[in-house]
Design a protein around this ligand. Sequence first.
Ligand SMILES: Cc1cc2nc3c(=O)[nH]c(=O)nc-3n(C[C@H](O)[C@H](O)[C@H](O)COP(=O)(O)OP(=O)(O)OC[C@H]3O[C@@H](n4cnc5c(N)ncnc54)[C@H](O)[C@@H]3O)c2cc1C
Length: 293
Amino acid sequence: MFDICELHEPATLEEAKRILGEAPDLKVIAGGTDVLIRMQHGSLQGAGLLSLRSVPGLDEIRLLGDGTISVGAMAPFTRIFQNDLVREQVPILAEAAVSMGGPQVRNMATIGGNICNGAVSADSASTLFALDALLKLETSTDERIIPMGDFYAGPGKVNLRPGELLTAILIPREGYEGMGGHYIKYAMRKAMDIATLGVAAMAKVRENRFADLRIGLGVAAPVPIRCFEAEAFAKGREVTLECIQEIAALAVKPSRARTSWRASKDYREHLIEVLAQRAVAEAVKRGGGCCAD
Ligand SMILES: Cc1cc2nc3c(=O)[nH]c(=O)nc-3n(C[C@H](O)[C@H](O)[C@H](O)COP(=O)(O)OP(=O)(O)OC[C@H]3O[C@@H](n4cnc5c(N)ncnc54)[C@H](O)[C@@H]3O)c2cc1C
């Protein structure tokens, strides 16, 4: 049984924002795959819930006029990995989406819930970091668009203001156009397991030199991170195996891996280097480059 004191099911986004503005202590529920688990475990007793499931349009995935791909916060992971626009333009996001949970979880779980839950293991997070994604946040009176990096405040903590809803994830054209990408989820099991490490790489190669490179890591620090030093090192360099090895070694530097029952700090650092190398090499290949020895 779930200990729920009230449930609001607004039929429009305006109504949802108004209700939340008047009662910011309501707990937003999307797919409920995190919220209901917390309720069942007793950490959210007697909560009032605001469900977004009846709000039309919040699950849309569409291409905006300027080439931005807008993924509605309520888009479930199954929809994301099956979506033609995602598969054609940002296949790395489809790769991340299909890696999460199992079929039942992917049918319920939304990308917005994955981000707002603030878990460092969120499979969409490192990929959206590597895509330079922006988050659209709305209240009944205000709207702001912020980079992913400004949203994560600590383990399980995000910068959502009172009364604020995440309505869309925006992937700008420069975040994906002409680039190859690859997401690697390392977990103990192939399905229904939380990542021990997640590595996402986006690479743009011109005349076999790195024109751009972005690497996002999950579970390498208390929040998802980008590997800016490794990215800056790559710019303009010839794509060789040696260069990719150096990039991967630099990718370990911003990490603050810790020992948990899943993996030791040393093992996680080893994984970062090995998987960053593989992710970058594959991203290069998918981006039309080739990795000379
Ligand atoms: C069996 C199982 C397996 C799982 N496996 C994985 C996995 O492999 N990888 C992974 O990343 N996760 C996994 N998860 C965790 C979970 O499924 C994801 O985090 C999921 O994306 C959460 O989405 P949701 O729609 O269910 O969110 P909810 O549970 O509805 O909400 C999660 C949090 O986000 C807030 N929220 C939701 N939507 C919004 C919004 N639009 N605006 C503001 N706040 C919002 C809620 O208030 C809550 O704090 C698993 C969970 C289960 C139960």
